[in-house]
Design a protein around this ligand. Structure first.
Ligand code: PMP
Length: 527
């Protein structure tokens, strides 16, 4: 074996190289609250204010004292972490706490059952997988029912108790000269062919344009960004993407995907064909506020439309609150504010308190299938470290009558006003400020028409946001990163502890960024 040089990068070296081109390839060595520290050449700590907030995982900030105290205590007490196939009271307590919150925010009395996992994509996939489990049972029940009806029709025709009706002749492509039993057999062959084709189709998933639901084999097909999705299209069922906030387009998409199966009925001595809706719909996935798509909110009217259409076609709704949930937008669930009720919810990120990997999928009782628990599991689910942490996070959010949610609203408003001031003073470079609470986005205008060749290149290579991140870090000791699928939008997702002074410094830094853009200052942004 050839010894590798020890400094050779083997953990995603290409990505690190990319980070280096914009100057964000720094190592952070310590963190608390919204402050990270990196070291200068002399080994001194340089504080960096963190507006990336672990992509939304840090509603309580880095190393929140109560969370780290709990972690220390758990280790000190030698609490077992991996005890699969045993009782998990902390997981149960977390499930109860989340249920209490869902009841309060949505007004529903129906309980939700919880399935824990480690990452956001896993929670999304647990939800789609559970929905498919339910759908497969519906498919089986439908097929069994049709088989029974076909047998009854055959028996009735054989016994001379019934004759094929005109629609049977028509669909069988037969004429009246043919014998009744032969006509029926023609029809049954066509019915079986048609039904087999419809019932073996992969499920139809609906997701919104701009959506991000994860990058695992299943969830990446529900993520709109073609760069992430298309190389892996053969691995899982594809989604139909519906434009955001366009009710009519949603209705049209649903109409185009509807399918029916054929069934037989015997009535008044006649065999007839009836069409029944086929359960082809897997799920409708919605982020109430899209994160990686550039911070876009679903409107109340569109949410209502999704709800009514899905009820009508019996398509479960998976509300992906992986980024928008856990209090970030000023309520625990961003969906509650727009009146959107999930058959499933996916939560992750801040559920782990900034130190654990934790996610949960919740399914309402009406859809819940107990047998799913025997076919779905993970070594790391419901572990003894992340679940007590989740309980503590939930308790902290709920403490003092939900002071954390008010704080997210108040801090969010303070931050939003700062961003709005920058937009008002630089409307030529800042396109929009969007979002709610501490889930905000600042969109820069494209530099595709800039007089500077370098700036035009940033637009063409779709790297402007990353270049600006490098500038903010280099010049202002501020960490802010673009959203994954809308690179001109900087995401601002600090903790509820973000201070006035930190927000003021961000505003000043963004003013400088805006000036650099206005003046096409190549010197400032040159790599
Ligand atoms: N859903 C949403 C809405 C997300 O924002 C993300 C992550 N950005 C995911 C799912 C996937 O979560 P994870 O990265 O933990 O797999």
């Amino acid at each position: 074996m050839n010894p590798e040089p020890t400094d050779r990068e083997l953990a995603e070296p290409h990505l690190l190289g990319t980070l280096a081109t914009v100057g964000v390839n720094v190592e952070y060595v310590r963190a608390h609250g919204d402050t990270l520290y990196r070291l200068d050449e002399e080994g001194r700590e340089i504080p960096v204010t963190d507006f990336a907030g672990g992509y939304g995982a840090l509603i309580l900030g880095h190393n929140h004292p109560e969370i780290t105290a709990l972690a220390r205590d758990l280790l000190e007490r030698q609490v077992p972490v991996y005890t699969q196939f045993s009782r998990h009271p902390a997981a149960n307590r977390a499930a109860h706490l989340i249920n209490d919150i869902i009841r309060r925010e949505t007004g529903t009395e129906e309980p939700y059952f919880a399935f824990f996992s480690s990452t956001g994509a896993e929670a999304v996939e647990a939800a789609t997988k559970h929905a498919e489990f339910v759908r497969s049972q519906r498919l089986a029940a439908l097929a069994t029912g049709i088989d029974g009806n076909v047998a009854s029709a055959r028996a009735a025709v054989a016994a001379g108790r019934a004759e094929p009706g005109p629609d049977v002749y028509e669909r069988a492509g037969a004429d009246t000269a043919q014998a009744a039993d032969q006509v029926l057999e023609h029809l049954v062959a066509r019915l079986e062919r048609h039904n087999d084709e419809v019932l073996s189709r992969p499920p139809v998933y609906f997701a919104l344009e701009g959506s991000f639901h994860g990058k695992l084999a299943g969830s990446v097909q529900l993520t709109h960004n073609p760069g992430f999705r298309t190389p892996f299209a053969a691995m899982a069922a594809r989604a139909r993407f519906v434009p955001m906030n366009e009710g009519e387009a949603l209705v049209k998409a649903v109409e185009e995907e509807r399918a029916v199966v054929w069934d037989l009925v015997v009535e008044d001595g006649r065999v007839g064909v009836v069409e029944r809706p086929a359960p082809v719909f897997g799920a409708f996935l919605v982020e109430p506020i899209q994160g990686e798509g550039g911070i876009h909110e679903v409107g109340r009217e569109f949410a209502e439309r999704i709800q009514t259409v899905c009820a009508e076609i019996e398509c479960p709704i998976i509300v992906d609150e992986v980024q928008s949930g856990m209090g970030r937008t000023g309520s625990f669930l961003a969906s509650a504010r727009i009146g959107l009720r999930g058959d499933y919810y996916a939560l992750a990120k801040s559920l782990g308190g900034g130190i654990a990997k934790s996610s949960v999928m919740l399914v309402r009782e009406q859809h819940y299938r107990a047998e799913f628990e025997l076919v779905h599991s993970s070594t790391f689910a419901k572990d003894g470290f992340s679940t007590p942490v989740a309980v503590r996070v939930l308790e902290l959010l709920e403490a003092d009558g939900g002071a954390a949610y008010s704080r997210a609203r108040e801090r969010g408003e303070r931050l939003r006003l700062a961003l709005e001031r920058v937009r008002e003073d630089f409307p030529d470079v800042v396109a929009q400020v969007r979002g709610r609470g501490l889930m905000l986005g600042l969109e820069f205008r494209s530099t595709s028409d800039s007089p500077s060749e370098l700036f035009r290149f940033f637009a063409e290579a779709d790297v402007l946001g990353y270049v600006l991140s490098g500038y903010l870090l280099r010049e202002h000791d501020i960490r802010a990163l673009p959203t994954a699928s809308a690179v001109n939008t900087l995401r601002l997702a600090p903790s509820i502890g973000i201070g006035d002074e930190q927000i003021d410094r961000l505003e000043q830094a963004l003013r400088n960024v805006a000036l650099v853009l206005r003046e096409s200052d190549e010197q400032a942004l040159a790599p």
